[in-house]
Structures are given as C-alpha cells and as structure tokens.
Ligand binder design. Structure first.
Ligand code: BGC
Length: 780
C-alpha cells in the first residue's frame, strides 16, 4: 500500500499547503463538512475546478431499476442512490475580466485548513490573473452543528498591488453536471438532472430554489441570504431561473480594501410537505441563522465542539500521525452522526457518493460503539431510524419466508438495495449487529425509555428472524446455514461462527427484554413460550471447531478448504475481487476482512486467551484486508494476543486510511467505519476495553512507540478518564458516583476524587504471526 501524505501533521488541524489538482477529489472528501443532515464536500468556493461536486441532505435519494441478466424470486427491483441537492456553497469570482480559476494565471499560494476545534474549513490564497491582477481570497465555511439545516460561508477578496474590479456571484445551483459515474447506464440516466424545478426566487440579497426528485418524489428547498460589506459604490443585483439563483456583487477595490460576502444557507426536504411549506421551512432555517449571524454561528460551533472534545478527545503521545488522525476520525464520525436524527449514518457519512450513499452494518458495528461512549444520543437516534424502517424489514422477512424482520444489507430509506444475494441479504448478521448495538447502548446509558420503546421491538423482531432462519438438528444442535459472515470472500456458508455467536446474543437479549418489558412484548405478540424457544436455540447454537488444529472455524468446513495461492498472487492483483472470480474466492481459504477475528472481539467471552492467540495466528496469514473494515479489528485482537507492535501498525492503517488514501478511493468519500475503527483500535486494542454485561473491563498495554494514551468515556451518567502509561494505568472519575470496572481481570472501584492507579503487566511472549505475502502492514 503506497502512502501519499498531502497534509501537514499537526495535532488539531488538517492543513494542505498547496493546491494539488491531482488529489482534488481526495481533499474534497477530507475537507467535507457535515452535521449528519447537511453535507458539503470540500469543493472549492468558486465551484471549479472540481473532482466530484457534492452537496447532500441525508436521506435525499433517487430510485432506479436494478439490472439482472436473469430474474429470480425476491430480488429487489429498484435501487436507491444519493443525489446532489441544490448546491449552496458556490461563490464565483471575476477579477477584472477573468474568472478566478487556479488552472489559469498563477496561483501564488493556496492553503486550506480543517480546524477540528472550531469546526470550520478555512482557505487563504493569492492568485494572479492571466492579465496580471493579483487578489487575495479568504474564505471560512461551516456546516452548523447547532442549527442542523444551516451552512454558511464568509468569502472575502482583496486586491494586491493594484486596484481591481471584482465581481462575486453567490449562487444556488441545482442539477450541477457531474463526472460520468461508472457502471449501469440506466442509473447514470436517472442521476443526470435528478431535480425537477418547482420554484425559483431572487429578491434583494435573498435567493431560493425548490425542486422535486423525479421518481422518489422528494421535495428539496434551499434558500440563501447574504450580508455584503464593501467600499462605497459596491452594488448588488439578483436573479433566478429554474436551476440557478444568483446574487451578484460588484465593486472596484483599491489595495487594502476588501469585499466581503457572508452567505447563510438554509435547507429542507420532505417526502410529504407541500411546496409552500418547504419554502417556508428553508426560510425559517435562514431566519434562525440570521438571528445568530455569522459571528454567532462561529461561536456556537466552537462551544459545541469544546463540549464534544471535553468528553471525546483521545491523546496519543509518541505517534503524532495517529494523534492527528484519531482527532480527524472523531471529528468526521461526529459530523456523520451528530445530527442525523431519524436518518441513517451512511458508510461514507455525507462526504461523498461512494456506495451510492448507502448505510451498512458498518454503522452498528464500527460507528455506534464509539458514539455510545462519547455521544450516546446519536446512537439512540440511529437505532430509532432502524426502528422506523421495521415495516420494510418485516416485509422483506415475509418475502423470504422468514419471521420477524430482515434488515437490509445496504439501504438509504430502509428497503434492501443490494442486487447481489451472496454479499447482500445473505449477510443476515446485520440483524444481530443492530441487536448488539441496542444492548450496548442500553447497558452503557441505562436509558430504560429507549429500552422499552425501541429496544424491545428491535430485539424481538431480529430474534424471530434467527429462530426462523436456523433449525435444531436431530441432536438438538441449532444451525444457521447458508449465510454470509463479515468476510465477503466466503459466502452462503453453514454456521458462520461470528453470525452464530451474534445471533445467540441477540436471542438471549430478546428473551431478557421480553421478561423485563412484558407489556411491550405482549403488544408484539411475544410470550414466555416464544422466548423459551429463543433461549433453547441460543444454548444449542453450533460453533464449528477443528480439534486437530485446535482452532475455531470461520464457518463449518472452512479449515478443510484449499488454501488460496498467496505465493502466486501478485501485489497488483489486490483487491482480489477485482482480479479473480468470486466462485474461486468462495471455495478457498482466503479472508477479505476480519470475521472469526471479529467474533473474538465482539463475543470475547466465548474464547479463552489460548484460543484467541491460536485463532489469530491461524487467520492472520489468510487475511488480505481487501476491506477497510479489517485493520482496526486486527489491531484490537493483535493487542490482546500480545502482538503490540503489529497492533500499532494496524492502528495506523485504520487511522490513515483517508489521510493517506490507502485504498485509493477516498475521492468517493471517507471510510467512516475505518475512522471510527481508529478509536476502537486505541480504546479496545491498547486500552483492552471489553463489555461484559453492564461492566467494562480494561486490559491496557501500550506498544513500544506510544508512551501515553488517554481517553474519556461516558458511562451510566458518569465520565471516566483512562490514562495509560507503559507501566501503569490511572482511572479517574471526572463526574458521577463510584464505578466498578475491571483492570486485567481484577475488580477496581473508582471513586470521585480518588483516581485508581494500577500496574500494567507485560504480555506473554508469542512469536508474531505472518500476513500473506505483500499484505504486511506498513511498519511504524
Ligand atoms: C465490506 C463490507 C462493508 C462495505 C461498506 C465492503 O467492502 O466488505 O463489510 O459493509 O464494504 O463499507
């Protein structure tokens, strides 16, 4: 994997000191701003040049027919794709007679900074036009974390050396032309100009456009207002047509004079509300933003983030790159989930259109664990979104001849969007991942309202799915056959260990919930008899094991498959799915991403230390990490098995996935799960944090090159700070009453004003396992 470092290594910022058009799309993702509701890619203010223009409203999508060469029962008929909504971030600039464009004239300097504490993207550049006029441009952009429908830009121009006639065109642009998407031409057709105009308006400094998507019927309204400051004789005019609304600001500036435009943008969308209602909604968002004003929006953003960092910051001494990357990761995970409120958290957040804007199991397995301990409200919202999609999930289960709910493998609005069964609906584990997220959230917060109103329903309906998908054999053993686990290089397999163990937890959690909330259970038609059947299945679940090798099997029979010819696979043949047929991957021992290794983390109580070490050593040489979801999990388990150096390498891989574009696809959007995985690698890896019932266990141990690691967790209305040094760990309660946790297997009660300090034991020595040839992670 080739590393490409485009950003300065600094603790609280991500800074690009020159404009490299070759990596423009990547930096648009890295510099994306979002609050989970509105998403603006880091496109240049002037709109061009661009890699991939991106302006999103979470949930706004278009539907398109899914292509099948051969039809089959139960194949989803239509897919969903995120689309660009009206772009409110464009501010075009004309200097004398020439449009500001870094591809022409001379770009003297260009610097962009994502400030993780202020929550803004700033830009300072100096450009000399082909005719020789030089201007300095400064802009600051934010997507408000406090006012979820609002984004804003402050844009300022100043001539250098000689006067300049300057025109700024602040625009709302709908149906922007996009680079041609690869793949299905029918989809490309649908996505070209997906918005049908309904209303356009421009008067004074105010602009508004209302559109509706053609097939999904979603109405989108975007409105803007401006504050213009410039020398005397600065003039403004505005106009609109169906797809563009524009405010034009003109001035002649002497050196030292500035023209400044503060642009506030309000958004709204709905499947049901009328055109006037949507116009009003966007205007109301604007009115609220104008009430705060630009300085107010900046101050609110800073205060919101001060509060966030006080409860979420992770400090890493000894590895500056990981320090920066984990803060970058936390910031983007916050952006993806903070204000999603009733919508999904997509795999790319709102940073790009990769994966068609779909949400996967990534959310529950990688993103929600982190949010549970730093922003638990966002977890409740994300799971309520799943609950809101239960009608579609029940319908899907019924269509498949199953009971309960079958949640989709990939979706925007709740229905299955995967056209490929083996790496789609067959990955039923997403249901147990959702159930696990419910249990994790409820045990970490004690939120009984949520447990009663949302938890029971999610647990019961997913447990029903497992009970109907699996069966007891004539010995009473419970099997779940023909499913796909996390590793997408094995498919439609019997008794995937991860799936079986997660289903087991799901069944038990549902049975407990029925006992605890009998009224809710009765409303769902669940009774003691049904929950007894769940407990029976859970107790009897099959765990395939190869006694000869002394290792757990990823799925029944896996260890008897032929080993993949790793020695004969050239480095450029990775990722394998793009160079070899799936049928061959499916029948060999080769692992795309942590699967059995993931089970050892999420269902750790089923594995003793010896098996964790042995299984890890067995699966490591088979795991090629063709998914970005792998490195962070391998980091967690490597640390537990005592391979601290390797865990450090994997942590860096997860952390730098996007800052170094390790998978060469950051242009399509950030890998939100891998970013969240950075936190998992540090907290669950080097912190050794595991959940056991309502208790947290820690088994901290640092790799040689990290001299200190500190993080904070929210737990049952308490704030716990954990600080790890090479030889000792300190647990401090920052707020709330006494808390009992475990440190390397021993209970420790931490009391207010009385930090608990414990020694860190050295790990047992084990020879480091090997990876497949060409797949060793970069050594730190
Ligand atoms: C992985 C899946 C993941 C998806 C979206 C795939 O490459 O194999 O596990 O859910 O990407 O991130």
């Amino acid at each position: 994997m080739i590393a490409q470092r485009s950003y300065a290594v600094e603790p609280w910022t991500v800074r690009e000191t020159s404009l490299n058009l070759d990596v423009l799309s990547q930096s648009e993702s890295v510099f994306a701003l979002s609050n989970g509701h509105v998403g603006w890619r880091g496109n240049l203010d002037e709109g061009e040049p661009h890699g991939l223009p991106g302006s999103y409203l979470n949930g706004v999508h278009e539907v398109h027919p899914l292509p099948y060469a051969e039809a089959g029962y139960g194949y989803p008929e239509s897919g969903q794709t995120v689309i660009n909504v009206t772009n409110g971030k464009v501010l075009r600039l004309l200097v004398d007679d020439e449009p500001f464009d870094p591809r022409y004239g001379r770009l003297v300097s260009h610097e962009r900074t994502l400030d993780l504490r202020r929550g803004v993207l700033t830009r300072v550049c100096e450009w000399t036009s082909p005719a020789g006029t030089t201007v300095r441009v400064r802009s600051t952009r934010l997507v408000s974390l406090t006012q979820r429908a609002v984004a804003a830009v402050a844009y300022e121009v100043e001539p250098v050396g000689r006067p300049a006639r300057v025109v700024i065109q602040s625009e709302l642009v709908a149906n922007e032309s996009l680079p041609d998407p690869d793949g299905d031409p029918r989809q490309a057709r649908v996505l070209k100009s997906p918005l049908e105009p309904e209303e356009h308006f421009a008067a004074g400094h105010r602009l508004r456009l209302v559109h509706r998507t053609r097939h999904s019927g979603l109405r989108v309204a975007v409105a803007a207002d401006h504050v213009v400051t410039g020398p005397e004789r600065t003039t403004t005019s505005s106009e609109s047509n169906v797809d563009v609304a524009r405010l034009t600001v003109t001035s002649v500036l002497e050196p030292g004079q500035r023209l400044r435009v503060e642009k506030l943008v309000g958004h709204g969308w709905s499947a049901n509300r009328s055109r006037p209602a949507m116009s009003d909604q966007a205007e109301a968002a604007l009115a609220a933003a104008a009430h705060s004003g630009w300085p107010g929006l900046l101050a609110e953003q800073r205060a919101y983030l001060d509060d966030f960092w006080a409860r979420a910051d992770v400090e890493v001494d000894g590895d500056e790159e990981i320090q920066q990357a984990v803060r970058f990761a936390l910031f983007h995970v916050l952006q993806a989930g903070a204000r999603a409120e009733g919508r999904a958290i997509p795999a790319k957040g709102l940073t790009g259109s990769g994966y068609d804007g779909h949400a996967f199991w990534d959310t529950e397995t990688f993103v929600l664990p982190l949010l549970t301990y730093i922003s638990p409200d966002a977890v409740a919202e994300a799971l309520r979104w799943r609950q809101s999609t239960l009608p579609a999930a029940r319908e899907r289960a019924a269509q498949l001849g199953l009971r309960g709910a079958a949640f989709p493998w990939r979706t925007i609005e709740g229905s299955e969007g995967s056209a490929y069964w083996p790496a789609g609906t067959a990955a039923f584990h997403v249901n147990a991942d959702i159930a696990d997220a419910v249990t994790r959230y409820v045990t970490a917060t004690g939120d009984t309202d949520f447990a009663r109103d949302t938890g029971v329903e999610l647990l019961v309906e997913t447990a029903r799915l497992w009970r109907s998908l699996g069966h007891h054999d004539h010995h009473g053993v419970f099997h779940i056959n023909g499913v796909t686990g996390p590793d997408e290089y094995s498919a439609i397999a019997d008794d995937n260990t991860y799936t079986n163990l997660m289903a087991r937890e799901n069944l038990l959690a549902a049975a407990d919930a029925v006992e605890r909330y009998p009224e809710q259970a009765a409303r769902l038609g669940a009774d003691d008899e049904e929950s007894a059947a769940w407990r029976d299945a859970a107790r009897a679940v099959h765990l395939p094991y190869n006694a000869e090798l002394g290792v757990h099997e990823q799925h029944a029979g896996f260890t008897r498959y032929q080993r993949w010819d790793f020695e004969g696979t050239r480095p450029e043949q990775y990722p394998l799915m793009l160079h070899f047929p799936y049928f061959d991957l499916y029948r060999k021992q080769v692992v795309k991403q942590a699967d059995l290794v993931l089970a050892m983390y999420t269902c750790h109580t089923h594995f003793d230390e010896e098996h964790i070490a042995r299984n890890f050593a067995y699966y490591e040489p088979l795991t090629v990490r063709d998914s970005s979801l792998s490195a962070c999990v391998q980091a967690v388990v490597a640390a537990q098995a005592g391979h601290l150096r390797l865990a450090h390498d994997y942590t860096a891989e997860a952390a730098l996935m996007d800052l170094e574009d390790l998978e060469h696809n950051t242009r399509d959007g950030l890998h939100i799960a891998s970013l969240a995985g950075t936190w998992l690698a540090l907290v669950a890896g080097f912190g050794g944090m595991r959940r056991e019932g309502g208790t947290l266990r820690f088994a901290p141990r640092l790799p040689e090159k990290i001299s200190r690691l500190a993080f904070t967790l929210q737990l049952l209305d308490r704030r716990l700070h954990v600080e790890i040094a090479p030889d000792k760990a300190t647990y401090t309660l920052l707020s709330g009453g006494p808390l009992t946790l475990h440190h390397h297997g021993t209970p420790v009660t931490v009391r207010p004003d009385d930090p608990a300090v414990r020694d860190v034991p050295s790990p047992a020595y084990r020879p480091a396992p090997e990876q497949p040839p060409h797949r060793t992670p970069t050594v730190r």
